[in-house]
Design a protein around this ligand. Structure first.
Ligand SMILES: Nc1ncnc2c1ncn2[C@@H]1O[C@H](COP(=O)(O)OP(=O)(O)OP(=O)(O)O)[C@@H](O)[C@H]1O
Ligand SMILES: [Mg+2]
Length: 269
């Protein structure tokens, strides 16, 4: 059941798209998560603007993946609020409801169907809840074909549309997976360590791709590759021990004394 912030059920007549009239698509407020007494997230506050591209950095164990787990309903926080737009309380929804409400998540390891073509992989994510066989054998509408073409164009895999996904390079598989998420038209995309294992060229292409998604989608990118972060970053949030240590432009956070002490300083001087 999908409910609003106050717990009232929303019916199908209600518009379930996030209310972003205040310019924000995601509100994470005072969120804490403990694992056996260890606070993986500690009174965390994060606000993502509608259409923003936000980079999230922080040392290993800072809580970045746990934060994505909380937003997507995989982990429930002990305390705090998480709201999609002003009105959709994500803590009341399960993982599939959160995905349907418009939150897409890309895990580190690509999970494409290797035996199916690039086109078919995207087609499957178009069809939502339908089973794999129905999806593959029902006739696509012109509109659906256009949507798949648009996604292929965005991810730069038009030429590979009929290749089995298993033949793609590591980087291309990652882009295909982003394409599969895009086919479901998410308003918010969470991307965890997208360029790990990519070649320099693939990393550059990924930077272009993620940058191109901002505006139409809101994107939160977690990444350790600082050159990559610098190449895409507008606003950067630094997590440390489950809480926000600093926020600002890449230059601002790199100049921040606390950040230099606990994180970037190690790499730089
Ligand atoms: N399911 C779990 N059970 C117990 N501890 C967990 C669990 N998930 C995460 N943790 C712990 O919570 C802390 C935060 O982990 P998290 O994976 O969110 O960090 P991260 O910032 O994503 O790190 P990395 O950059 O290495 O991916 C770590 O100390 C981790 O060991
Ligand atoms: Mg992680």
């Amino acid at each position: 059941m999908i409910v609003d912030k106050n717990g009232s059920p929303l019916t199908s007549a209600d518009n379930l798209s996030p209310d972003t009239r205040h310019g924000m698509i995601l509100y994470v407020e005072d969120v804490s998560v403990s694992f056996d007494g260890f606070k993986a997230l500690n009174d965390l506050n994060l606000y993502i603007g509608d259409g923003e591209l936000r980079c999230l950095i922080g040392a290993n164990g800072a809580g970045k993946t746990t934060l994505m787990d909380v937003i997507t309903g995989k982990t429930r926080p002990d305390t705090g609020k998480v709201s999609f737009g002003q009105q959709i309380n994500l803590l009341e929804l399960d993982e599939s409801e959160i995905a349907r409400a418009g939150v897409g998540r890309k895990f580190q390891k690509p999970t494409v169907f290797e035996a199916l073509s690039v086109f078919e992989n995207i087609e499957l994510s178009l069809s939502g809840d339908k089973g794999i066989w129905t999806s593959l054998f029902h006739k696509l509408s012109g509109e659906q074909k256009d949507k798949i073409d648009e996604v292929l164009n965005t991810i730069g895999l038009e030429a590979e549309r009929n290749y089995p996904a298993g033949r793609l390079s590591h980087g291309q598989k990652q882009w295909l997976e982003i394409g599969m998420l895009l086919a479901a038209e998410p308003r918010l995309l969470l991307v965890d360590e997208p360029v790990t294992g990519m070649t320099t060229q693939e990393t550059e292409r990924t930077a272009e791709l993620l940058t191109s998604l901002a505006g139409k989608h809101s994107v939160v990118v977690v990444e350790h590759d600082m050159a990559f972060v610098r190449s895409i970053a507008r606003k950067v949030t630094v997590l440390h021990q489950g809480t926000v240590l600093a926020e600002g432009s890449m230059d601002e956070v790199q100049a921040n004394k606390d950040v230099r002490e606990v994180y970037l300083g190690e790499e730089q001087d």
